[in-house]
Design a protein around this ligand. Structure first.
Ligand code: PLP
Length: 369
């Protein structure tokens, strides 16, 4: 993918904010509880290697990713810490994982048996058993299955039973009934576990922030590291999360539109009077969604509406008065006390900030401050 380094549009990533969000959570954990930073999806759009570097400094002792390739990216970048792939990797890559000391998530006995056929080298494959306590995504569903899997692992020299975990689907909600239901299921699984592996982990950001009584001895800390409230606006975090991502650009074209003139594809916007309009070099191919027509950006601490359809690479905004080409525009972030948050963008799009952050494409240049 080509990165747009010769245009004035960039995602600005604040390392100090990420550091603060991780180090503060780490300091709240009970002694001995480790923090693995979740850096899947290019560090939720913030840059996998850069985020991992800050996380390591802030006290993360391992990483979680979604797919094997992300784990290999971290190994290629020189990270030596434990890395857990949270998704199911095809068994044929078991040896590649073992060779690179990458831990696999296991959700069935069949997976173990199949992977065993591929483990031909000397290296053991470290595995974390996933328990489905109510997420309905991956993992063993019943305690008897867990017992069979642990017996299999005990009898095999090819695997190292390194971890066991579950994932809560509603830890970010004020109503805790479903969380309690999942917790009870987790406890029923734990009751049949003959030996506790090295890592026992149940917490994503929301679980760690709001349900710390059941943290296990490692947390999988994701979205909160990026300064985003996992619950959106429903729950208040126990400390201030500092957003790490801003999106800025500059006006590349400014003109006065006469009353009655229309803007962009479909001519969906027509000037009601003579208006100053600027064109910005960003569009939906950068992950700035087409649905953001009618939303706003900040110019000189003024909220300015996005008029007409967002194009693939450009969009137009209405200005309060003339500004010179090259004027700074804040699309996400703060401008003299006014802000546009990822949450604001997500609300306008009818989605969650996770989707907006990781939806920014590689074409957007990321700069680190
Ligand atoms: N653990 C698992 C299994 C996940 O799938 C995720 C993210 O989706 C996380 C942890 C991190 O979650 P969050 O970003 O909400 O902290």
């Amino acid at each position: 993918m080509t990165i747009g380094i010769h245009r004035p549009t960039q995602l600005v990533i604040n390392r100090a904010a990420i550091y603060h969000n991780i180090a503060t959570e780490k300091s709240r954990l009970k002694p001995g509880v480790e923090l693995f930073q979740v850096v899947k999806a290019n560090g939720y759009g913030h840059g996998i290697v850069e985020v991992a570097t800050v996380a390591e400094r802030a006290g993360a002792t391992g990483f979680c990713v979604a797919i094997l390739d992300e784990a290999l990216t971290l190994r290629d970048a020189g990270f030596k810490q434990p890395i857990l792939v949270l998704g199911i990797t095809e068994p044929q890559y078991a040896d590649l994982m073992a060779t690179n000391r990458i831990s696999a998530t296991v959700g069935s006995i069949d997976w173990l048996k199949e992977a065993a056929n591929y483990l031909t080298g000397d290296n053991q494959l470290a595995v974390h058993i996933a328990l489905d306590t109510g997420m309905g995504r991956i993992g063993f569903q019943y305690p008897e299955e867990l017992r069979t899997a642990t017996e299999y692992l005990e009898s095999s020299s090819q695997f190292n039973f390194e971890g066991i975990f579950t994932h809560f689907s509603k830890a970010d909600a004020a109503d805790t009934a479903y969380f309690q239901h999942q917790l009870a299921r987790w406890q029923a699984f734990m009751a049949v576990l003959p030996v506790r592996p090295k890592y026992v982990h149940v917490s994503n950001s929301a679980t760690s922030l709001w349900h710390d009584a059941c943290n296990g001895n490692m947390i999988r800390y994701g979205v909160a590291a990026y300064g985003l409230n996992p619950s959106g606006v429903e729950l208040t975090p126990p400390f201030e999360l500092q957003p790490a991502m801003s999106l800025t650009t500059k006006m590349v074209f400014v003109k006065k539109l006469p009353k009655g003139y229309s803007v962009s594809y479909g001519a969906t916007y027509t000037a009601q009077q003579d208006e100053w309009v600027a064109t910005l070099p960003i569009g939906y191919a950068d992950g700035y969604e087409r649905r953001l027509q009618g939303f706003h950006v900040l110019v000189d601490a003024n909220y300015c509406d996005i008029i007409g359809r967002v194009c693939m690479d450009q969009l137009m905004i209405r200005l309060p008065h003339e500004y010179p080409v090259g004027t700074e525009v804040t699309m996400i972030g703060e401008d003299h006390g006014k802000t546009i948050s990822l949450q604001d963008v997500a609300d306008y799009c009818g989605t969650i900030h996770y989707e907006i952050a990781c939806g920014f494409t590689e074409r957007l240049n990321r700069t680190y401050i």
